[in-house]
Write a protein that binds this ligand. Structure first.
Ligand SMILES: CC(C)(COP(=O)(O)OP(=O)(O)OC[C@H]1O[C@@H](n2cnc3c(N)ncnc32)[C@H](O)[C@@H]1OP(=O)(O)O)[C@@H](O)C(=O)NCCC(=O)NCCS
Length: 429
């Protein structure tokens, strides 16, 4: 009888994986081979898994049915950077779909991220229920705001003599340094931090335009009558005005500027025109892979002193399971396990549905007084509820969605304050 199993991809599998990719998203376009080579360089050897089918347990050969990979990112949360596994390239051969291949893969990817030391994971879903079943929940969006280029051009009047120069690959380390400081000082949550190596490649891309000031930079492109800002960092109002107005100076050729930045980028407070009302957002999902490690690595509001208990059930990341006290002070946090896991780990049957019997019991036992009001037991969450909490969904919203039960109103208030935020991403992957 044939069986499904997960293993690391090898160089010899790459053609089969690319065929499945083409059958899932269409053929690679121009320049696609170079991109595919970069994908392989980044992920073969630990960060790409395949689900294979073997004719029987004694068979030496197997057939690749699907794959998924984990991109190695640094992501900022509360102004501190932590290792995030960016799940991408999940696809299954059309003939093998509907058999639980992607579900099996999803659980294996979570397990691999635990081994790699990624403390959270993010992805842009096309099939959200697939990812909900392995503990992901909606975290935030990648938002595109559209401005009239003329309105940005007008900011040149407050540019205050700031000088800009064209930047090239030799400025990569400075770009990384400025972006890191910007994310830390503004205590951002959600964006990734490109490495200097990534910047070096982008700064060599002649289709992008880069300018550098003493305390900021802009990375943008021009095409199809639109100026697209991919990154803009400025510590002072004069530099912000200089960078935005240099983009807006293209208004005669391109009347529209699209910015994939913080929806609360302060340009909205400076520009003399409102962004276009048609805001476009691409949603992303998050999973907490290692609760203890993630809380220790994240930044929290510096003025907040708070603590609360949560009881977590997470069969796919069993070390998250248990009752935790999460405490923050001085901008740092820690999650201390009070009661280690008594919940069995999930058996890895390939055709398991998204609903975990053991974890739904976990929420069900808390129904009754906890579902309607509060009791002295901690708030109970499964992995999805924990993910949403991490991303700033309030406890009242989680309760309305059926993702949290039990606990006290003071725990709710403390958890809301601890995880308050509106995370966003600026990069699609
Ligand atoms: C989405 C995809 C990976 C699913 O693979 P699969 O092996 O058939 O998935 P599973 O059998 O494990 O299904 C698990 C769950 O995923 C969800 N799912 C599967 N296919 C889906 C689809 N086409 N649309 C929406 N949700 C889907 C369902 O919730 C499903 O549970 P159910 O069967 O109980 O309803 C596969 O259809 C595919 O490769 N699609 C094209 C590429 C793609 O969209 N990849 C996802 C990138 S984020």
């Amino acid at each position: 009888m044939s069986e499904l199993r997960v293993r690391d991809v090898t160089e010899a599998d790459l053609d089969a994986v690319l065929t499945i990719r083409s059958r899932s998203f269409g053929p690679l376009g121009a320049g696609g081979q170079g991109w595919w080579q970069r994908v392989a360089d980044e992920t073969v050897g630990g960060r790409m898994l395949v689900v294979v089918e073997t004719a029987d347990s004694r068979s030496a050969s197997d057939r690749v049915l699907g794959s998924g990979r984990i991109r190695p990112y640094q992501q900022v949360w509360g102004g501190r950077h932590l290792p995030m596994g960016g799940v991408a390239g999940v696809y299954v051969d059309p003939a093998a779909r509907g058999r639980g291949v992607a579900s099996l893969l999803g659980r294996a990817l979570v397990q691999r991220m635990i081994e790699l030391g990624d403390v959270v994971s993010c992805l842009y879903p096309t099939a959200p229920m697939l990812y909900r079943a392995v503990g992901y929940e909606l975290g935030g969006g990648q938002t595109r705001l559209t401005y009239a280029a003329d309105a940005l051009r007008a900011l040149r009047s407050v540019r205050a003599g700031v000088s800009l120069r064209a930047a090239g690959p030799g400025d990569a380390a400075r770009f990384e340094e400025l972006a890191r400081a910007h994310q830390q000082q503004n205590r951002l949550s959600g964006p990734m931090l490109p490495t200097a190596e990534t910047w070096r490649a982008q700064l060599a891309d002649t289709e992008m335009i880069h300018y550098l000031a003493d305390d900021g930079f802009v990375a943008y492109s021009l095409g199809g009558g639109v100026l697209t800002v991919e990154s803009l960092v400025a510590q002072s109002p004069g530099t912000a005005a200089a960078l935005w107005s240099v983009v807006g100076s293209g208004s005669s050729a391109a009347p529209v500027v699209e910015a994939w930045l913080d929806p609360r980028d302060p340009v909205a407070l400076a520009v003399g025109g409102l962004p276009d009302a048609g805001v476009h957002t691409v949603p992303w999902m998050l999973r907490v892979v290692d609760l203890g490690g993630a809380v220790a690595a994240r930044g929290f509001a510096p003025g907040l002193v708070a603590s609360a208990s949560v009881a977590v059930t997470d069969p796919d990341a069993p070390a998250n399971t248990g009752t935790w006290v999460i405490a923050v002070s001085g901008g740092r946090g820690k999650a201390v396990l009070q009661q280690p896991s008594t919940v069995p780990t999930r058996t890895t049957h390939p055709r398991s549905s998204g609903h975990h019997p053991e974890s739904s019991d976990h929420l069900r036992t808390a129904a009754g007084p906890a579902a309607s009001g509060h009791d002295e037991q901690p708030v109970r969450l499964e992995a999805r509820g924990l993910a949403a909490l991490w991303c700033g969904w309030t406890l009242s919203r989680l309760r309305q969605a059926g993702l949290a039960v039990g606990g006290t109103s003071s725990d709710d208030a403390a958890l809301d304050a601890i995880f308050a935020g509106q995370p966003f991403m600026t990069e699609y992957f």
